[in-house]
Ligand binder design. Structure first.
Ligand code: XMP
Length: 514
């Protein structure tokens, strides 16, 4: 049976992935495509509905991202959000102009409950607005279905043609009833039945992998992170001991993490697979000696990882399939879907080893968002502590040590980070904070300990709350907890005499320091 699908057409807005995730939360499968995608290609995908995202341009400006009128004439329901709403209006004969008042932030919107999108939404509802331009005249056939004090057209629709324009962002959680509105669009207007569920996804995937692999040999690079762990277990469930997992310990993992991975996937663990651990710490430290530039560090770690992996793979000999823990945001962020700009090269360590002798790649999580990967992990019976492990970058502590990486600095960050994590868990905050870790600033400063002058490193503590890791806010950790962490780090971690807490949100900061 064909999977019901909604397409999210990306005009370069910062919330494109968020739109897709919210649609998936309505149990409807969706994929993100660039606005440059050919109309024929769109038609061939047979979508139940189309959502046009926001974007940074003015839709009336020369060279602005646009779409053809025919997109709205295919008989497929279309929902335009922000830029998408303005573009829909302009293309269909309405007007868009620079607004007399720019709207930004939480805004009270008055909605018309006769619109299917707002049928059970409160008449006055708080929505997230972010726009310079506004719809000054709706397109022929449309009627206004929402407004604010400053914006005469906060939403409009041509119900007969199933075309909907919304000026605000229902995908952002600040829009209090946004999910309801998206639910109405995908389930009621587009008529999707809501068949996208993780239990059936896992069952179907295992069956499909088993069929595809047959009696073949499969190789998987295991990092211990959520994605590669879920991919490995899925493969183990599908093909058992035909699977070999290679775990490269690059010496940039969190304290004790290498042993923890071995406990789960090694021979004493619950899974039937061949597990190989490679202790390659010294190799990585040697390659990183003297290197300070973040992207260069990422590249070196990524490349060295591939070399180590290849050496192991050669020992194993020819395999039929190579498993990659690629997830959907990797696909979108590497520019294969959507329009997003690359801020950092977020490749999973391991990239694609081109010297490994394999026939095909298996990417069992390629269509999933992170929260879906976690759900799939739970469905597969992976312990919750592993499934809810916070994200850890492929280059590991290499990008949490500002400047040159050395074994000694790794020891400092590992010890400081372990204390931080222990205290956060003790305070019962470990599941509520999105991502938190200690990093080593490259700064040394003067302090006094006992009666002695010290000249030691400063550790920075980071903790952020985030829904999507694209934007984030510094978490409010109780002062007492921070005090305890600070004094334990200074007392217990040799080489540290100062502890900072990073208050920066993203943007303008990023979550990691490098
Ligand atoms: P930033 O620092 O860009 O991080 O705000 C957003 C999320 O991505 C993770 N991150 C990486 N993950 N390779 C990875 O696999 C990388 O090079 C990398 N850099 C950042 C980061 O931990 C956060 O969850």
């Amino acid at each position: 049976m064909e999977q019901e699908k909604v397409l999210v057409i990306d005009f370069g807005g910062q919330y494109n992935q968020l739109v897709a995730r919210r649609v998936r939360e309505c149990n409807v499968y969706c994929e993100i495509y660039s606005y440059k995608t050919d109309l024929e290609q769109i038609r061939a995908m047979n979508p139940r509905g189309i959502i046009l995202t926001g974007g940074p341009d003015s839709c009336y400006a020369e060279g602005a991202a646009t779409c053809e009128r025919e997109l709205f004439e295919m008989g497929i329901p279309v929902l335009g959000l922000c830029y998408g709403a303005q573009l829909m209006t302009l293309v269909l004969g309405g007007s868009v102009e620079r607004a007399p008042v720019r709207e930004y932030g939480k805004t009270e919107v008055t909605v018309d409950n006769t619109s299917v999108l707002f049928s059970d939404v409160q008449r006055q509802t708080v929505c997230w607005m972010s726009h310079f331009d506004y719809i000054s005249q709706i397109a022929p056939g449309f009627r206004v279905t929402a407004h604010t004090a400053d914006c005469p057209v906060a939403a409009a629709e041509d119900e007969e043609k199933n075309l909907y324009a919304i000026q605000f962002h229902p995908e952002v959680l600040h829009t209090q009833e946004g999910t309801k509105m998206l639910h109405h669009f995908v389930r009621t207007v587009c008529g999707c039945s809501g068949s996208w569920r993780m239990d059936s996804f896992v069952k179907d995937s295992i069956g499909a992998i088993r069929e595809r692999v047959g009696g073949g040999k499969v190789l998987c690079a295991l990092s211990g992170g959520v994605d590669s762990s879920v991919a490995a277990v899925m493969l183990a469930r599908a093909v058992g001991s035909q699977l070999t997992c290679v775990f490269v310990d690059h010496g940039l993992l969190r304290k004790n993490e290498g042993d923890e991975v071995e406990e789960v996937f090694g021979e004493n663990g619950p899974y039937q697979l061949n597990f190989i651990r490679v202790n390659a710490q010294e190799r990585f430290y040697k390659k990183l000696a003297g290197i300070t530039e973040p992207e260069q560090k990422r590249k070196i770690i990524g490349e060295e990882f591939i070399r180590v992996f290849e050496e192991e793979a050669k020992k194993i000999g020819a395999v039929d399939y190579l498993v990659q823990g690629t997830i959907y945001p990797d696909v979108v962020e590497s520019g294969l879907g959507g329009e997003s700009a690359v801020i950092k090269s977020h490749h999973n360590v391991g990239g694609l080893p081109d010297c490994v002798d394999f026939k095909e790649i298996i990417e069992p999580l390629r269509s999933l968002f992170k929260d879906e990967v976690r759900k799939a992990g739970l469905e597969l019976g992976i312990p919750a502590y592993l499934v809810y492990r916070q994200p850890f970058p492929g280059p590991g502590l290499g990008i949490r040590i500002i400047g040159e990486v050395t074994g000694e600095k790794v020891r400092i960050v590992q010890d400081a980070d372990a204390i931080y994590r222990e205290e956060i868990a003790r305070a019962g905050l470990d599941r509520t904070i999105g991502q938190y870790f200690a990093a080593l600033t490259n700064m040394r400063s003067v302090g006094v300990m006992g009666d002695e002058r010290t000249y030691d490193y400063a550790v920075a503590l980071r903790a952020v709350n985030t829904v999507d890791f694209m934007t984030a806010e510094s978490a409010e950790i109780p002062w007492q907890v921070l005090q305890t962490v600070m004094s334990r780090i200074i007392n217990e971690v040799h080489g540290v005499n100062r502890v900072f807490y990073d208050l920066t949100s993203k943007p303008p900061g990023t979550i990691e320091f490098e």
